[in-house]
Design a protein around this ligand. Structure first.
Ligand SMILES: Cc1cc2nc3c(=O)[nH]c(=O)nc-3n(C[C@H](O)[C@H](O)[C@H](O)COP(=O)(O)OP(=O)(O)OC[C@H]3O[C@@H](n4cnc5c(N)ncnc54)[C@H](O)[C@@H]3O)c2cc1C
Length: 387
């Protein structure tokens, strides 16, 4: 995409899922892209990510379907288990079902593998590390980012993909704080074979190797799913609490703390927990949807624009969709980048606002006794940002 005979320059702040997907998508459409990441080294810590058919279509459109399938796992079934006596609530088949319904699978992957997949599809000199952005402004036809090391970068377009505590967001729209959602979560990975195969009343609850399974209790929701080649089981243990005392979003925890918080839960789950090594706990924060993400030639995407609770497992899915759409909209409006940014926000704001609000609703539903059926997700999975 050229302007005055040269490629249009796009600077992206933040090398998370949203920033890297935008970089790959823009690169494929002929933009001159650079990414600036605060961390000294590239890498995604954390654990598993669920990728819906909506997100899969982005990888397919970018020509990365084969690479994604190579690092992701397709679960056999979704099994819901009662927290105390471990009786079966329901078992819904998954493998192949999403392909029939939506033309794309539901996949489970380690964040680090997805991060590497995107990086491997960028030129080696595209991502600059140890670049802590401290401010930005848009003036006439240029946008400028300023960094803690005193340097500045000029571009035709600047994208703030710098996460829930975005410096760019603060610069553009003020210093409002994210909202603590009354949820925290532990995250850990264990070998898949540490999950018992039959338990509950008369050992009537059966698990297959390769199942995605969840435990819904009065004060929490535990989800276990295989990732990558299916040998590792990702654990997400969400817990309702009114206070989050850590200053940080994420803090080291311990197996003992995880087990102590699940007193009274079924012994089959505690047996899985007893295999945990490294475990971290997270405070879950979000923000009310905001109508505008753009100012001049600067725009937000991903968690910087619309952080959401993980109850629908769509935060990274939305960041990845954003990354694809911003490239499409800028390419469609090659002569008028501001029109491209406006079109991007107009397309993405309603969908991501609905995700944020329904994720809150799902969290509220999980706390009801008895919990209502899961919120319908067809509208999420059917959507095709690549069409
Ligand atoms: C417990 C938990 C479980 C989740 N599970 C799922 C799931 O299953 N599926 C799903 O879709 N989503 C899930 N999410 C949500 C998902 O993790 C986020 O929505 C997603 O990571 C957002 O991507 P992003 O690129 O917008 O931001 P981030 O991943 O936060 O990336 C932001 C990047 O910007 C960098 N950065 C920050 N500030 C600066 C700065 N000033 N200068 C330069 N660089 C900077 C950061 O170092 C980081 O690399 C979960 C979230 C949590 C907390």
């Amino acid at each position: 995409m050229t302007v005055s005979g040269r490629k249009q320059k796009v600077a992206i702040i933040g090398a998370g899922m949203g920033g890297l997907c935008a970089a790959v998508s823009l690169g494929k459409r002929g933009f001159d892209v650079s990414v600036y990441e605060r961390a000294p080294e590239l890498g995604e810590y954390g654990a598993g990510l669920q990728l819906g058919p909506n997100c899969f279509r982005v990888f397919r459109a970018l020509g990365l379907e084969r690479e994604l399938r190579a690092v992701a796992f397709q679960p056999l079934a979704n099994v819901s288990i009662k927290w105390d006596d471990a009786s079966l609530r329901y078992r819904d088949p998954l493998k192949g079902v999403y392909e029939d319904l939506y033309g794309a699978p539901y996949l489970l992957a380690h964040r680090g593998d997805l991060h590497r997949l995107f990086r491997d599809n960028l030129p080696p000199d595209c991502v600059h590390t140890s670049k802590h952005c401290i401010g930005a402004h848009s003036q006439g036809d240029i946008a400028v980012a300023r960094f803690a090391d005193g340097s500045e970068v000029e571009a035709d377009i600047l994208i703030g993909a710098d996460g829930i505590r975005s410096a760019i967001r603060q610069q553009l729209f003020g210093a409002d704080q994210p909202r603590f959602t009354e949820q925290m979560a532990w995250r850990a990975i264990v070998p898949v074979d540490c999950a018992p195969r039959a338990f509950g009343p008369g050992k009537s609850t059966k698990l297959e190797r390769g199942d995605y399974f969840g435990w819904l209790g009065p004060n929490g929701h535990v989800i276990c799913y295989p990732i990558g080649d299916g040998e590792r089981l990702n654990i997400f243990a969400g817990h309702v609490t009114t206070d989050w005392v850590e200053e940080s979003w994420t803090a080291p925890s311990s197996k003992e703390e995880l087990i102590a918080a699940h007193e009274g839960w079924n012994e089959a789950l505690i047996e899985i927990f007893s295999n945990v090594g490294d475990v971290f706990k997270w405070g879950i924060f979000d923000r009310d949807p905001r109508p505008e993400w753009r100012s001049g030639r600067i725009v937000l995407l991903g968690d910087a624009a619309h952080p959401t609770m993980p109850t629908l497992a769509q935060g990274a899915n939305m960041a990845i969709e954003d990354g694809y759409v911003i490239a499409r909209r800028l390419a469609e409006n090659a002569g008028d980048p501001v029109a491209g940014l406006k079109a991007f926000v107009a397309e993405r704001q309603p969908r991501t606002a609905r995700i944020t609000l329904q994720s809150r609703q799902q969290f509220a539903n999980n706390r009801m006794v008895p919990p209502p059926p899961p919120i319908p997700r067809d509208w999420i999975f059917e959507h095709d940002v690549t069409a």
